[in-house]
Design a protein around this ligand. Structure first.
Ligand SMILES: [Fe+2]
Length: 387
């Protein structure tokens, strides 16, 4: 991590409209991009919640043609991206609107990549692999966690290889994020908890990342504070729109931080887990978080002390080892308060799975910015501790 202001850093972000009712400006933005026909990417759950129809109506009212693609599963798959790109091209679309959680938004990014760059989405695995600009993206998140609406990441599952791969490029930062806390109100408790913990992990990993800097630190710490203070209360009173807004804001800030500082071992290991066993992303992160904190702690003690203090741990008079223990206890307590204190074993991970999980995590680009350099044995040890 870099405290030295003299190091050059860049910071990319979409145009962000944040607040209740933000989603209603979707047609204006589509029109500004010269929309002839919009591809709307979503999923069946978002459709059932009524959010999709509302967007369709807004576009129709402004005489903008649209076609919907809702064939997206919880961990979006390569074939879904390819099918969506076919629909985009067959209907001569020129703008993409995504409404949903991380899955429809990541799938929409993939569709945009294939629509203008051709080939297979598998060709764009990795960092800065996209040659041509992609269509305008207007994203409306309905969860408070993935932050795909502000990030330069798309995570796609390859079900044949049973891996998730990461596409990282500023080409896929959406043009506009319409972040509307009202849309998060359709999440159930489990999804609220998983996505909230995912956002917390984004902020923690961004703050200890070797790519961190002054442009990302402020967002990361604010996100940690907002999520730590408000997530348990939101689980107790899920209809509280003010709390939804605070978590949505925390998620957005975590997204801006991690999109620019990149992530670390929790995400490298969690992508591997989620690709292998098709488990929810936030749950994978939650099961690994305190174990990766313990592993990374020696390489970022000062930064973890600031994280502990931001999570209201009183560090006065404590040794470094005691601060580590207190931070891990706080993370475990927070997970208990939101009801996701499961282990890998409970979710079907066996000791014999660990070599292949470690192999996949070792090549995930998120590991490049982890504060502690890691080999396969290191990652295997952390997986074992999380069993
Ligand atoms: Fe994540």
């Amino acid at each position: 991590m870099a405290d030295d202001i003299s190091i050059l850093r860049k910071f990319v972000s979409p145009e962000i409209i944040f607040g209740i009712g933000a989603r209603h400006s979707v047609a204006n933005y589509a029109k500004n991009f010269g929309a002839r026909r919009v591809l709307i990417v979503s999923d069946p759950g978002v459709k059932a919640a009524g959010w999709l129809e509302e967007i369709q109506d807004h576009l129709t009212e402004e005489n903008i043609d649209w076609v919907s693609f809702i064939g997206v599963s919880p961990n979006p798959r390569t074939e879904e991206v390819m099918k969506g790109a076919e629909v985009y091209l067959a209907n001569d679309c020129n703008v993409i609107v995504a409404i949903g959680g991380g899955s429809p938004m990541d799938c929409a990014k993939g569709i945009g990549i294939v629509a203008t760059n051709k080939g297979s989405i598998l060709d764009y695995n990795g960092v800065d692999t996209i040659g041509s600009p992609i269509p305008p993206l207007v994203f409306i998140p309905t969860t408070a966690g993935s932050s795909a609406d502000v990030s330069q990441f798309a995570i796609i599952s390859d079900p044949i290889e049973r891996v998730k791969f990461s596409i990282i490029s500023k080409t896929i930062v959406p043009d506009v994020a319409l972040i509307d806390p009202e849309t998060a109100s359709s999440m159930d408790s489990f999804l609220t908890a998983c996505t909230g913990i995912d956002a917390l992990v984004h902020a923690i990993e961004a703050f200890v990342s070797t790519g961190a800097g002054p442009l990302t630190d402020m967002h990361a710490l604010d996100a940690i504070r907002l999520i730590n203070e408000n997530l348990p209360a939101l689980l107790m009173t899920p209809d509280d729109l003010h709390l939804r807004e605070q978590i949505m804001l925390g998620s957005m800030k975590a997204g801006l931080a991690f999109s620019n500082a990149i992530l670390g071992a929790v995400h490298a290991m969690s992508h591997s887990l989620g690709g292998y066993l098709d488990l929810p992303h936030g749950l994978c992160n939650a099961m690994l978080l305190e174990h990766v904190i313990a592993y990374n702690y020696p390489n970022a003690k000062d930064r973890f002390k600031i994280i502990a203090e931001t999570m209201n741990v009183d560090t006065r008079g404590l040794t470094s080892e005691q601060i580590k223990q207190r931070l891990m206890q706080q993370v475990i307590l927070l997970k208990q308060q939101v009801g996701i204190n499961q282990t890998l074993t409970v979710n079907g991970v066996h000791r014999t799975d660990i070599p292949i999980l470690s192999d996949h995590a070792l090549v995930d680009p998120c590991l490049l910015t982890n504060p502690r350099p890691s080999n396969k044995r290191d990652l295997a040890t952390v997986y074992e501790e999380a069993l």
